[in-house]
Design a protein around this ligand. Structure first.
Ligand code: SF4
Ligand code: SF4
Length: 222
């Protein structure tokens, strides 16, 4: 899932304070699961904004709404009336959701209420970890399912850098060395011979550099 974090209330108030009526718009998918932008957080942030604005003498009305998915036009439609009757939208969706709303309602300012952080999983209660940097050309099958792009601080693709101590990364000692994990995993699944193969230079042309990426499925085009 996409993992995001809430911006702080003073920052949010600063973003919206020029408006009289705002809609705080939550998203019921990834950001709900990571406790950043679902219905519960919409309620908390809206209440906090009402209190903070009152304390500062700012005239601000805050409406609350959460739709199932902000990155999908089918669901965005459900917010149409609420968006129209407010001066601006404070979106608690991920960056894709914020932009989807902004593209659909071109006469409304749409602001990001979250910092979209990474693609990851819930590791344990209250802790999310990054698992994928969406590099566009997945090599997980070569590394026992442990991503060296995301989990190795130096993105080493042909073995460890040599700086690890015990099983710790030299750059981030609080984290295990990704190559320790890759080695252990390949051993577990009987694929340790993969370590003898030299990985060719990775194809980065589908990674973040070079502007917006897109995926086209001709078989789904009309
Ligand atoms: S190799 Fe790329 S696509 Fe695959 S998990 Fe790692 S960052 Fe994500
Ligand atoms: S110690 Fe391991 S995880 Fe850290 S940079 Fe070196 S190879 Fe990568």
């Amino acid at each position: 899932m996409i993992v995001a974090e809430r911006k702080k209330i003073p920052e949010l108030l600063n973003i919206v304070k020029a408006h009289k009526k705002i809609l705080v718009l939550g998203c019921g998918t990834c950001v709900t699961v990571c406790l950043a932008g679902g219905e519960r957080e919409v309620g908390i942030i809206s209440s906090a904004l009402r209190i903070a604005s009152r304390l500062q003498g700012i005239d601000l009305a805050v409406e609350e709404l959460t739709i199932e998915r902000q990155c999908d036009n089918v669901f965005i439609e459900q917010a149409a009336d609420a968006i129209e009757r407010n001066d601006a939208v404070l979106s608690l969706g991920c960056g894709a959701g914020v932009q989807a709303i902004a593209e659909r309602y071109r006469n409304k300012p749409v602001y990001a209420g979250l910092d979209t952080t990474f693609i990851g999983i819930l590791e344990e209660q209250g802790i999310w970890t990054e698992k994928c940097a969406a590099c566009g050309s997945c090599v997980l099958h070569e590394y026992g399912g442990v991503c060296p792009v995301t989990r190795c601080a130096k993105r080493m693709l042909n073995g460890p850098c040599g700086g690890s101590r015990e099983d710790r990364c030299e750059v981030r000692p609080e984290l295990p060395c990704a190559w320790q994990l890759i080695y252990a995993r390949l051993k577990e699944i009987g694929q340790i011979d993969r370590l003898r193969q030299i990985a060719p230079p990775k194809n980065w042309h589908r990674s973040l550099d070079g502007g917006q990426r897109l995926v086209v499925r001709q078989d789904h085009r009309i």
